[in-house]
Design a protein around this ligand. Structure first.
Ligand SMILES: *[C@@H]1O[C@H](CO)[C@@H](O)[C@H](O)[C@H]1NC(C)=O
Ligand SMILES: *[C@@H]1O[C@H](CO)[C@@H](O)[C@H](O)[C@H]1NC(C)=O
Ligand SMILES: *[C@@H]1O[C@H](CO)[C@@H](O)[C@H](O)[C@H]1NC(C)=O
Ligand SMILES: *[C@@H]1O[C@H](CO)[C@@H](O)[C@H](O)[C@H]1NC(C)=O
Ligand SMILES: *[C@@H]1O[C@H](CO)[C@@H](O)[C@H](O)[C@H]1NC(C)=O
Length: 471
């Protein structure tokens, strides 16, 4: 906070003198570019323009008030250019014959013949198909120009900001697990999918659930006052003196929370070439990992059997932004997962495949079943006083089952394993209730039955619990 408020003034003073400064804030699907403006109008090539959200273009500065904005497409006018046209006498057999001409009106494809071989007293005009015109100078790409009118009484530095869809970033993780320690490393992968390289003095990566749209809104620029957030942007250059150590690549600093999003500053100027991905190291959070065999099954009155999943429970001491994660145990890749946006200390549970060494079998015994009539009175005519006319009684035939569940888990490993068991999928039943169990601790959490157990090495263990189910 201290840095922000000091810099709010200092950095402005600084950057009002520096007249060539650029910064970028990169989101998961687009980026906001901010740079100094030295002259108007601004020009963009067709390629640059394709990646820009035109309704996001904006200039701002201290005491600058924008009064209007115009966007126009400027083509190089070809009218009056000397060209060749394909002679109407050209054919497959005779080959292409060209005639000298002048392009009179490009829109109407109107040309005027100026060829010594065609001697006429009157000027000869006619229209030609585009593919029969041959240009002498290379036609230029269309350019887009954006201009603003504004007042700037103090002649302060102008800044331009816009959203660009070709620069994106994502987090990539590597989780290395050993018997007694784990290491999660996060990397930022910044991609430039566009046609022009980017090079900025300052950058930030922003993560979280943000609903920015890539495509243009209807083009209707609101005339707005400079926003405070724009002014504050320059506040994050707290590591700018690190830039002196040129040989060290840029890295991503500690994140700070901002309205439910997380902002990661990049500590140095950086560039990303055309169609390239740039990977920066981010951080190594302190993590705790539980490994367990996960048995999650649907209730069935038939015999069921299967294997436990290789499951993990991950907690980090700091916010993790969504990203893919490669998991290694003792340096071998054992699977991959996608970590969601995860708050510090919150847990993320995931499974990456079967564990052949943890096998379960479950048998269900029907202990009793009893039918009964459930009566519900339903109101059919609310305007009548007399009860017997107002209400009607609905009778439903129900069955109450009591089942005994016999679970058997076998561990083929040479070490004890932790197993977490979940039974769900009671869709066919109105309600479920766990009856008292002896010996082992099973619990009911809404309509899931859960238990944690440790199975000794090379052992088979049995568990029994009872359920009352209403159909
Ligand atoms: C601004 O700086 C960038 C890179 O630092 C450079 O490519 C560009 O030419 C500079 N522009 C001006 C107007 O000095
Ligand atoms: C510029 O803005 C400041 C405060 O934002 C204000 O006090 C000052 O009068 C403004 N100057 C002009 C010339 O408008
Ligand atoms: C762009 O705007 C500036 C002032 O805002 C003006 O001086 C200039 O003539 C404009 N240029 C074009 C091409 O409209
Ligand atoms: C439920 O009610 C029906 C008549 O509505 C009756 O025939 C049946 O025997 C009852 N069943 C039980 C289990 O009470
Ligand atoms: C099983 O252990 C995990 C991790 O300690 C815990 O979150 C969960 O509540 C436990 N479940 C039961 C049923 O005790």
């Amino acid at each position: 906070m201290k840095i922000i408020s000091v810099c709010l003034i200092l950095c402005w003073a600084l950057f009002t003198n520096a007249n060539n400064f650029s910064a970028i804030r990169i989101y998961s699907n687009l980026a906001e570019v901010i740079r100094t403006v030295d002259k108007l109008p601004l020009e963009f090539t067709n390629e640059e323009w394709r990646d820009i959200r035109s309704d996001s273009l904006w200039i701002f500065g201290k005491n600058v008030t924008v009064t209007s904005q115009t966007v126009s497409e400027k083509r190089k006018l070809m009218d009056g250019a000397k060209i060749y046209i394909r002679s109407p006498l050209s054919s497959e057999k005779n080959g292409i014959q060209l005639i000298k001409a002048v392009l009179v009106d490009e829109k109407r494809d109107l040309v005027k013949v100026e060829d010594p071989s065609i001697a006429t007293n009157e000027p000869l005009y006619f229209t030609v198909r585009k593919e029969d015109m041959y240009r002498i100078d290379e036609p230029l790409e269309p350019k887009f120009t954006v201009n603003f009118t504004y007042t700037n009484p103090e002649k302060t530095q102008l800044f331009l900001s816009y959203l660009q869809s070709n620069i994106v970033w994502k987090t990539q993780y590597r989780l290395a697990l050993y018997d007694d320690f784990s290491d999660l490393s996060a990397m930022a992968s910044i991609s430039n999918n566009g046609e022009s390289p980017i090079s900025v003095d300052q950058g930030e990566l922003i993560s979280g659930d943000i609903n920015l749209e890539i495509s243009n809104l209807q083009f209707d620029p609101p005339l707005r006052k400079p926003r405070l957030s724009e002014m504050k942007f320059f506040a994050f250059s707290d590591d700018s003196d690190i830039a002196a150590t040129e040989s060290v690549p840029p890295s991503v600093g500690q994140s700070h929370e901002l309205a439910g999003l997380y902002v990661f500053p990049i500590n140095k100027p950086f560039s990303v070439d055309v169609k390239s991905t740039y990977i920066l190291s981010m951080f190594h959070p302190k993590t705790t990992i539980d490994r367990y065999g996960f048995i999650s099954k649907s209730f069935s009155t038939q015999l069921t059997q299967g294997k436990a999943q290789r499951a993990y429970r991950l907690r980090s001491d700091r916010f993790l932004s969504e990203g893919s994660c490669m998991i290694r145990e003792h340096d071998r890749i054992v699977g991959q997962t996608t970590i969601p946006n995860l708050a510090a200390k919150d847990k993320y549970e995931f499974a990456i495949g079967e564990d052949v060494d943890i096998v379960y079998k479950e048998n269900v015994k029907l202990v009793s079943s009893k039918q009964f009539n459930e009566t519900n009175s339903i109101i059919i005519n609310p305007n009548v006083q007399q009860d017997s006319l107002r209400k009607s009684v609905e009778i439903t035939l129900r069955t109450r089952f009591v089942y005994e569940i016999h679970l058997e888990i076998e561990n083929f490993k040479n070490r004890p394993v932790k197993v977490e068991y979940e039974q769900n999928g009671f869709f066919a039943y109105q309600s479920i209730k766990m009856l008292q169990t002896n010996k082992h601790h099973f619990i009911q959490e809404s309509s899931t039955i859960k238990s944690n157990m440790t199975i000794p090495s090379q052992k088979k263990q049995s568990f029994i619990y009872s359920l009352e189910l209403l159909k």
